[in-house]
Design a protein around this ligand. Structure first.
Ligand SMILES: [Zn+2]
Ligand SMILES: [Zn+2]
Length: 177
């Protein structure tokens, strides 16, 4: 089948591949006091361009590698900061009290999921985002390919499901490489 027969939607949804390194994935803070292991395949990886992520990273966007809490083993001491979000949920940010690096985010209402701040991984070379959220406040110099999944604000349930599905496609494509 020639490329012209492929629908625009199909073209837009075509996913790059992700080659997950062998488990566990490892990482930690800058000073090494906090270390972690991720022992199961992460649920999703996405970038958040909201102003809160820009502030907490003191950078352009937040990188969230969502994992099951039960698959994560953390050693060392974390300190926790709390804030209320627009949705009313209480967001918890865990950081190393010695070097200040934010290692993970959690939601108080959902103890089963943790968002690892992916810049703390020992190996970040394989990461590719399955989606972008809060694009309306992204830094102007950040370019997002039109083929990527991007949401103006919060993705909602449907958007979250689409980003998760794309992540699983990317992992499956990586296994076939
Ligand atoms: Zn540290
Ligand atoms: Zn954010």
């Amino acid at each position: 089948m020639s490329d012209t027969h492929q629908s625009e939607a199909g073209r837009a949804k075509r996913s790059p591949s992700v080659r997950l390194p062998s488990l566990p994935l490892t990482g930690g803070c800058q000073c090494g006091q906090v270390r972690y292991e991720i022992r199961k395949i992460p649920l999703v990886f996405y970038l958040c361009h909201c102003t809160e992520c820009q502030r907490h990273t003191s950078s352009a966007y937040g990188e969230s590698l969502r994992v099951e809490s039960a698959s994560l083993v953390v050693t060392g001491t974390l300190k926790t900061t709390r804030r209320g979000s627009q949705s009313g949920a209480i967001r918890l940010g865990d950081f190393c009290p010695d070097c200040g690096v934010r290692v993970q985010h959690r939601s108080e209402g959902n103890p089963h999921r943790v968002n690892i701040k992916a810049g703390t991984l020992d190996d970040t070379s394989w990461l590719a985002p399955a989606g972008h959220i809060w694009v309306r406040s992204k830094q102007p110099f950040v370019a997002i390919d039109p083929a990527e999944l991007a949401y103006d604000g919060p993705p909602g349930d449907a958007g979250s499901a689409a980003i998760g599905a794309r992540w699983r496609e990317m992992l499956a494509a990586g296994e076939q490489d």
